[in-house]
Design a protein around this ligand. Structure first.
Ligand code: KG4
Ligand code: ZN
Length: 346
């Protein structure tokens, strides 16, 4: 990989619109966050109980240029100070991705800046590289080889990174993603969308040992499965409802959350041992979960790095950060670049 000169400042404008957040950010040299602006559509989609794709793309159109302007303003920069535009190319909702990609193409063409299409999952992993500009003593960058547990609304997978941008997918979920399981179980027990934060809140008042939910170990593979757990919660809910009892929502939430955290921690540690990694990165929306964060941060076997809460869920800083490492490799995509709604990382 080409190295930037010691005193060189490479500033990447990141743009993210793969789902229901419209986001833009500026990151310097792949790590230092100069600005990050996120317009969430959660309130709009909450009434549908999930993301309504057509509504999402139209909302991105309404906000994207204002969000980009704000990101530049917050960074006290203009487009003339930017070295490249990194934009999420996939995976995600096609209609949403197109909005971000077209905005990025417009800026790239207008200012003669390199356009860099980024995999959203890669972005989540690179959120672990970010530190805030006012952080006087930033932690050093993650070291390779590292194991990345990616837990989001659409994906749950374990990737081995031997170097920047070199991914080996060890395993993934065979059915629901961890975030999807949170969202579905929340709905089952009557909690609002998005399920992750709702379950975390309810679980804080509940007993994680109230119910013993199954843990799919899938030994001999690095895969996960959450559909059995979801069905076990459903069965318990039906049983309680048939008995005419009020649902112990907090206990159900706490017991479900404990089962998810247990499975994710156990398998990740096992893989970390097997592949002899230097550290573990946990990223994606579900890495905002306090029980999961505590589980990883409290174990002593491997250093665990989890992005600050605001950078676990979708944001553009992570896209800018990943974009920097592609920029160093000389990546510059053509203006007919298409979105990739399904795009495995490796
Ligand atoms: O990474 P993300 O923002 O979007 C995708 O790329 O999918 O992840 C969204 C997912 C949702 O399923 C949401 O319920 C979950 O992350 N999530 C959480 C928490 N915050 C967000 N899950 C558990 N605990 C949380 N605190
Ligand atoms: Zn995401």
């Amino acid at each position: 990989m080409t190295k930037a000169k010691d005193n060189q400042k490479i500033r990447i404008l990141g743009i993210e619109s793969s789902c229901d957040e419209t986001a833009a950010a500026v990151v310097e040299n792949g790590r230092c966050l100069l600005s990050s602006v996120i317009a969430t559509q959660i309130e709009i989609h909450a009434k549908y109980g999930g993301v309504f794709p057509e509504v999402a793309s139209r909302q991105h159109i309404r906000t994207i240029y204002a969000i980009i302007e704000q990101a530049l303003e917050q960074a006290h920069l203009s487009l003339g100070d930017i070295d490249a535009i990194a934009v999420t190319r996939g995976p995600g909702l096609a209609g949403s991705l197109v909005v971000g990609l077209n905005a990025a193409k417009g800026l790239s063409l207008g200012r003669g800046l390199p356009l860099i299409g980024i995999n959203h999952l890669e972005g989540h992993i690179y959120s672990a590289w970010i530190y805030k500009q006012d952080d006087s003593n930033p932690v050093p960058a993650p070291n390779f080889p590292l194991l990345a547990l990616l837990v989001s609304g659409g994906h749950t997978e374990l990737n081995l990174l031997t170097d920047h941008l070199h991914y080996q997918r060890l395993g993934a979920t065979l059915d629901d993603a961890a975030g999807e399981a949170f969202d579905k179980v929340a709905r089952l027990i009557g909690l609002p969308y998005p399920g992750g934060p709702s379950i975390q809140k309810a679980a804080a008042e509940g007993d994680p040992d109230a119910f013993t939910f199954p843990r799919a170990r899938l030994d001999g593979t690095w895969n996960f499965s959450f559909s059995g757990l979801k069905t076990a919660v459903l069965r318990e809910v039906r049983k309680l409802q048939e008995g005419g009892e009020p649902l112990p929502v907090n206990d159900l939430a706490a017991s479900f959350q404990a089962a998810v955290a247990d499975v994710l921690l156990t398998k990740t540690l096992k893989a970390a041992r097997e592949f002899n990694v230097t550290e573990i990165v946990v990223a994606g929306g579900v890495s905002a979960n306090k029980t999961l964060r505590d589980a990883f941060l409290n174990q002593q076997e491997f250093p665990a790095r989890i992005p600050p809460i605001g950078f676990c869920t979708d944001n553009a800083a992570m896209i800018a950060s990943a974009g920097y490492f592609h920029f160093l490799q000389g990546q510059s995509d053509p203006l007919d670049l298409d979105v990739l709604p399904t795009w495995p990382l490796s």
